[in-house]
Design a protein around this ligand. Sequence first.
Ligand SMILES: O=C(O)[C@H](O)[C@@H](O)[C@H](O)[C@H](O)CO
Ligand SMILES: [Zn+2]
Length: 299
Amino acid sequence: MSSIKIECVLRENCRCGESPVWEEASSSLVFVDIPAKKVCRWDSLSKRVQQVTLDAPVSSVALRQGGGYVATVGTKFCALNWEDHSAVALASVDEDKRNNRFNDGKVDPAGRYFAGTMAEETAPAVLERHQGSLYSLFPDHHVEKYFDQVDISNGLDWSLDHKIFYYIDSLSYSVDAFDYDLQTGKISNRRSIYKLEKEEQIPDGMCIDVEGKLWVACYNGGRVIRLDPETGKRLQTVKLPVVKTTSCCFGGKDYSEMYVTCARDGMDPEGLLQQPEAGGIFKITGLGVKGIPPHPYAG
Ligand SMILES: O=C(O)[C@H](O)[C@@H](O)[C@H](O)[C@H](O)CO
Ligand SMILES: [Zn+2]
């Protein structure tokens, strides 16, 4: 039997840590702190952190084929050069919506960078409703829009056979699935596969494991939950010592460890005293299941 261990590996005090991505080549975890406008890279061997500060909220980061990264910055898809700290816009969205920004994003198995938008929050989960949309940046840098009316565009991933796209609009309190056409990048036939229970709070980031089960970070729920998308049942709950858990990914040796990001913003002084590791990076070992490597952006 596996015995689960949870450890804060980096006390980073992120205001809103998000978008953890394992970079195998450097044995590092790359992630963002959205309101701090930072992309961070934690080297799991040296335990050192490097960071790049940008000029707008950076809501997701992904690996890029051929090296470097792509990131969603404000309402732009950008290429990120780690060496000279520059971000070059590849495409822009929601130009008519001045109060919008990108939120979570991830690359599909064919190398398209999917990311959705939302209105900027006045407080966590407090924002003008239905302002967001879901987009993807194709390898040739053109953008496709899938749908609008999104509240908080969040977790996303694809089934192991690439035939299903999983997606979370946080304020729907639902994990949804679409049929996915990997050839064209088109989605269809939206349905809900899991509705969160009250104590699970708000669904945020998510990732898939090698058994095709989904792991969802529950914002304000202080946990990650494992779901069977075929039966719609929750299989497992792993609680963390911080309440504002935002996202998760697999990484480490053979993708056998899970990394979880979380937020400090929205916590009162008492909560911060009780949860001094809020905003840190957590590593969960002993889950007994592995993840899959992240897909790099192909453009
Ligand atoms: O991390 C994100 O996805 C959002 O940008 C955050 O602000 C919170 O998750 C949100 O407030 C909870 O719904
Ligand atoms: Zn999120």
